[in-house]
Write a protein that binds this ligand. Structure first.
Ligand SMILES: O=C(O)COP(=O)(O)O
Ligand SMILES: [Mg+2]
Length: 232
């Protein structure tokens, strides 16, 4: 039996708007350290490479040096603060569930490959009742490597038991495009996530404006026709 095709999703900024709760957590930490809170709009340049990088970048834009030991302490604090109220102001983007339903009817399976810690990733997806929709869920700490290392993506696909030759990545940032390119997997970008340059500048295979555009985009890139195409 052949392996199923797969769509692998980035989480922050792609499947979900998570910036309000991520930035709220960062601001608790910055204020604890005597620094000014940053506006949620800064998420576009700060989020995307995981919680440690977020804290580092938050200190950098605040003009405060940060030594490695303090970073580790603050990261430990971040884990608890963010987990507590992880979905307070976050939401799954409109059309995600309908797109999953439509692609599942075509035989696709799904996975999440995110640089969010796996603890938060699972908590978040559980909160929205979505965990069981994914054949594999991989966070930044699920393997000894993480995006943009292509093995984060290829191992996620392997764990999902899917066909890497009929895989598509969906993301919102340079990290996702670089990961997919290095893995030789086509990539679709959403323009409403966390990136400091327009996603078009990252040259993904396709850009979708809304998740209603995802099923045809995925079919185009995997050369698959809708299940009932022959009847139309
Ligand atoms: O939380 C982050 O910094 C990155 O998460 P993502 O890989 O889901 O965009
Ligand atoms: Mg992202």
């Amino acid at each position: 039996m052949s392996l199923p095709p797969i769509v692998v999703f980035d989480l922050d900024g792609t499947l979900a708007e998570t910036a309000p709760d991520i930035m709220r957590t960062l601001n608790v930490i910055l204020e604890q350290e005597g620094l000014a809170a940053l506006p949620v709009e800064r998420a576009r340049e700060l989020v995307g490479a995981g919680a440690r990088a977020l804290i580092e970048r938050g200190f950098k834009v605040s003009g405060r040096p940060l030594d490695p030991e303090t970073l580790e302490q603050l990261f430990e604090g971040f884990l608890g603060i963010y987990a507590d109220g992880i979905a307070g102001n976050s939401f799954i983007h409109e059309g995600v569930v309908a797109a999953l339903d439509e692609l599942a009817a075509d035989g696709f399976v799904f996975a999440v490959c995110t640089n969010k810690p796996i603890l938060h990733t699972r908590l978040f997806l559980d909160h929205f009742g979505l965990s069981e929709r994914f054949a594999a869920i991989a966070g930044r700490d699920s393997f000894p490597f993480f995006k943009p290392d292509p093995r984060h993506l290829t191992q996620t696909i392997a764990q999902a038991g899917a066909d890497p030759a009929r895989a598509v990545m969906v993301g919102d940032s340079r990290t996702d495009v670089d990961t997919a390119r290095a893995a030789g997997i086509p990539v679709i970008c959403v323009p409403f996530g966390y990136t400091d340059v327009p996603v078009e500048a990252l040259a993904p295979d396709l850009v979708i404006q809304h998740f209603s555009e995802l099923p045809p985009a995925v079919r185009q890139l995997t050369d698959r026709k809708p299940a009932f195409a022959t009847h139309s």
